[in-house]
Design a protein around this ligand. Sequence first.
Ligand code: COA
Length: 577
Amino acid sequence: MQNYHHYLTVKPLLTKDEFAVTEQVAKNFGAPGGVGEKLQLMLEEKGAKEPNWLSEWWLDSAYLSYRLPVLVHSNPALVFPKQNFLSKKEHLAYAAKLIVGALRYKAIIDSGKLEQDYLGKSPLDMSQYTKVFNGCRIPGLKTDTIRHALDSNHIIVIHNNQFYKVVVYGENGQILDDRDILNGLTCVTQKYNGPSAGVGFLTTECRNVWGIAHKELNKDPVNRASLQAIEDSIFVMCLDKSSKIEDNATVSTRMALQLLHGYGAENNSGNRWFDKTLQLIVSEDGVNGLCYEHSPTEGPPIANLADFIVNYAQEKTLRDDERHLTPHCERLTFNLTSALDEDVMLAKRNVDQLVQDVQMNSFSFDKFGKEDIKALKLSPDSFIQIAIQMAFIRLHGHPAAHYESASTRRFHGGRTETIRSCLPEIVNFANIHLKQNLSPHEKFKALQSAVNAHKGYVGMAINGQAIDRHLLGLKRLAIEGGIDIPSLFLDPGYSTSNNWRLSTSQVAAVNDMVMCYGPVTPDGYGCCYNPRRDEINFAVSAFNSNPTTCAEKFGEALKKCLEEMRDVATSSILSSL
Ligand code: COA
């Protein structure tokens, strides 16, 4: 396994002179008797006392203290296969099946009978699954908290921006039948009595702003009871209307956007509670999927849940028998002061601005999939990562700091580590391929070396031996211990290499689905993918407000890079036969 040091991963992003400075700063930091060694000893002491020294720090710095709106900036969405509903009943019946599928999955989790996840041969920590249901993020003035109801027997259905509490278990604690849930959803749609206060819009705000409004809302006992019902619910089902949009986007891109942000105030952005860990969404035009609040869990457990409920919904036929149980269904009300009304108005304007800013390009690359890459004896994930970095170089003329999430669920309470995919070998291959007229054999050698470097880094990351979480721990110790922030963290090499213009992630699912999320820098791209047997689903995002990025062009460059890389490999293999 190749062992990368922090200062080598910044090399492609710096000039020679800048790199020389960073290299020296890194060496000073790690020198015997230096501040790095002191912090390392403190970290090891902490690690010896706690089951996972990173958990709280990570939750706080990656999520709860992050002040931008959770939608687009943090909550991922997962697009399920499109449906076509011929009637309102079909729309609600599909939603009912997704609800029952989710409740059945919850029952498996609660019984402890969920099949063990593995990465290779290593069993993975399963605790994230226990946080998917009954959870909600609560906004605070400086930092948020997570609330997790121990017991709950209802879900929240949102329809026309109004909130309904629907009980989903029978008297004996059994999950209600799909037919009964359908009755509950029908009851929701019949209770509509005019425009709503639009409280859901508040969850689209910056966290400080929403934190103040949440405090204000809580002063009124009716609001407090409604908030509690939402926050303690098992999950949320959003029954959306068709979004009215005038653009040339493809169906898959539109689906991704509707699930990610709801397309603004006039469409479905107020038909949400973005703080809820799990929101299932089914629109009358067949768009369906989920949006989840990221702080309690990563994409893979959510994708496994999604596979389960999509399979359930697709296999299940509703009984149309004599039973007519209608579950308890109650509209939640809010009393808004004029100040809160204004907050809602402002939230609507802000969400429209954010919606306008997001570019999405969701597509299925169908020239080849995971199995063809394996047949070339290359790691599919590394291959895709190299193509993403090369697409950036092709489009922008230089490499970008590149984040890929690696699972650290081999460890107790493990979440992720960063794979720094902008490695010297990857940039070298891209430069050779794009700029030099070498033989396929020579190019293939460079590609293999890039794949090996990436695969080596993946090995480090999943084994807890990579750079970023370790450095976060050392930095947090310095801050908490009142120690001067070491110059390593103030060095431009550090900040440049943390400015993730490429924020990427593999979220594999068996069904034809893809996860999507926004970029994490104003001039960056989000790129999530699902490598399937014979195709790769991608969702690329960027911001309109940045003149240098374009999700459409990035997608085109990415397709080209994938195809050319395959050609390099096949022509080299063929010429050596
Ligand atoms: N030749 C042939 N086959 C190969 C190969 C090679 N050189 N290298 C790998 N493969 C095979 C693997 O054996 C595996 O086979 P399988 O389909 O039978 O399981 C398959 O190709 C996929 O392996 P690879 O593409 O190398 O990647 P991976 O599945 O190990 O995934 C990560 C790599 C980093 C994505 C994974 O370790 C991970 O951490 N996933 C979770 C990420 C996450 O949490 N994301 C969400 C954040 S919200």
